[in-house]
Design a protein around this ligand. Structure first.
Ligand SMILES: [Zn+2]
Length: 153
């Protein structure tokens, strides 16, 4: 039996007030990459981002079940991606800072066969996701609207 961990983050600086992020996660090794995704995803919500594709937090259980089923049966699609989000162009820097991985809807994902948005409404391994460009720009725009110093400009 695996232990359950409870993670709690308080995100301050959001003009709508401090955001409280709570996660209940297990200690199943195969799920660790999904929990990394979940933490970063929740920070996305704290920075005003909504799900891509849009699924409401309340009442979106059926859509979430369908997406979960697709994720969990990806093996049945002969290795081909079941979800490929257009509008992602980025680069994930490796922990050592000496290399990284291309994250592109056009050129491909150097770390996996899926290219999902960070705000995908179910957890997936973080290597299969990256922030969509329009959401990145949205965060930057909103932080800039807060005034000088918000983004270092
Ligand atoms: Zn979410």
């Amino acid at each position: 039996m695996s232990a359950l961990f409870f993670a709690l983050f308080l995100v301050v600086g959001n003009p709508d007030g401090a955001a409280l992020i709570t996660l209940t996660i297990d200690n199943v090794p195969k799920n660790h990459d999904r929990w990394v995704f979940a933490v970063v995803h929740e920070f996305g919500h704290a920075l005003w981002l909504e799900h891509l594709p849009y699924v409401p937090n309340e009442g979106g259980e059926e859509a979430r079940d369908i997406l979960s089923s697709m994720r969990d049966s990806a093996w049945a699609n002969n290795g081909e991606p079941i979800h490929w989000h257009e509008g992602i162009e980025g680069y994930r820097i490796a922990r050592n800072g000496q290399s990284g991985f291309n994250k592109s809807s056009v050129e491909g994902n150097a770390e996996g066969s899926w290219m999902t948005a960070l705000m995908f409404p179910i957890t997936i391994p973080y290597r299969e996701a990256f922030i969509a460009r329009h959401q990145y720009l949205s965060i930057q725009e909103k932080l800039d609207a807060l005034g000088p110093g918000s983004t270092g400009n």
